[in-house]
Write a new protein. Structure first.
Length: 242
């Protein structure tokens, strides 16, 4: 049986040393394909060094909204973006409106340039907590795609034109975005992913792998053989770019 390739991406690379270590361990074990790194993360430089040392393919994890745990600031030092306390991004991205579109595009583009300057290739880009606000989603994504020609990982959030959608990578949603992760939830998620998917490669997102106590169990599950068995029983395997 020919197994379909599942691209397993871990996000929040650069947010903390714990997440960085978890991503490195999972990648070396063949459990993930790549990672999304954020230049505004407090451990960004550490993540860059880990990515280079382990040859981890990376994409941009763009941020325009603050984490409730880790305060994050715009690279551009744009006061119109710093709507949170002490010059941070706002936790509520609903504070942005269409007058902020150029500011958001500038900030995400600057984050892309910051990642580019590290010498790492940029495989893709996605959004932290899918945080580009509703009606602005398509406008921001299409503007950056037209400028940078880097595929966005779309999870069906927001309206994209047919042309823009054709440039996106197929995303299936965040599998780790909750605290009650288990093998049963993973099996259910992967089975849903497999149904109706005709593409030879499919994208699965792991959120904050090992990033805090409620995700530690998720990391342990991913590292077990049962993770590979669930994928194989559904006709899939983790894709390796290198």
């Amino acid at each position: 049986m020919v197994l379909r390739k599942l691209i397993v991406n871990a996000d929040d690379f650069g947010m903390s040393s714990t997440i960085n270590k978890a991503i490195a361990v999972a990648f070396r074990a063949g459990k993930i394909s790549c990672a999304s790194i954020t230049p505004v993360g407090p451990k960004f430089q550490e993540a860059v060094e880990i990515a280079k040392a382990n040859r981890i393919p990376v994409g941009l994890h763009s941020v325009i909204g603050a984490s409730p745990v880790i305060p994050l600031k715009p690279i551009t030092e744009n006061k119109r973006m710093a709507l949170g306390a002490n010059g941070t991004f706002p936790e509520n991205v609903g504070l942005y409106n269409e007058s902020h579109i150029d500011d958001i595009v500038c900030e995400i583009t600057t984050q892309l340039y910051c990642l580019h300057r590290t010498g790492l290739g940029i495989l893709h880009w996605d959004s932290h907590r899918f945080d580009v606000p509703g009606s602005m989603f398509g406008l921001v994504v299409e503007e950056i795609q037209n400028q940078q020609h880097i595929p966005f990982v779309s999870y069906g959030k927001g309206a994209l034109s047919k042309e823009a959608n054709s440039k996106c990578l197929l995303g299936t949603g965040a599998i780790m975005g909750h605290g009650n992760f288990s093998f049963d939830s993973m099996r259910s998620f992967i089975e849903k992913t497999c149904r109706g998917v005709e593409h030879p490669r499919t994208w699965m997102h792991l959120s904050s792998l090992g990033g805090n106590p409620r995700f530690v169990n998720a990391f342990k599950c991913v590292m077990e053989q049962k993770y590979d068995d669930i994928l194989k029983s559904n006709g899939m395997r983790v894709h390796r770019f290198v």
